[in-house]
Design a protein around this ligand. Sequence first.
Ligand SMILES: [Zn+2]
Length: 179
Amino acid sequence: MSSPLEKPWSLAELVRFEGPLSGVIPIAVCRRLIELQGGSDEGEIVVAGELSTRAVEATPGEPAFVGTASTFVRLTCERCLKKFDFALEASFAVVFIAAIGERQDGPDFDFWELGCGTVRPADVVEEYLVLALPLAVKHADDECAATAAESPIAETDGRPTQSPFAGLRAELDKQRHSD
Ligand SMILES: [Zn+2]
């Protein structure tokens, strides 16, 4: 049996439920996060959520899933190209409706069109985590191998960096002195 976060819910089931919807989702059930990790299904997402028709004030009577999710995904730093555990967090507020039609997302919630289908809360969580990813995934400056002073590919940060021609110049000097 899958947990309430992983099972598919119909609109009728969502409307009937009022209460906390929290727990842990294994990354193994999140296809896009597995892809982001280069095929690894390791890790889990911690979710603190509530499913209620009162959770979003602007849409009374309609079931809303509101909460936060956090996880670590194993990603590659774009600066030093090393793998590291990137802390990924997202908050979400989704109102489930049969058809969006002319309705617009609110300032602090999004509609999620269900039709006569179902939704897994885990899919909502995964969607918002993927949206929360920065365009460029990098270590913090003080944790990145590429910004450490001894690194030959250090970015300029005010300190003198190794010139790519330094070795060449030394080589030329040596030749000149041996002449
Ligand atoms: Zn790095």
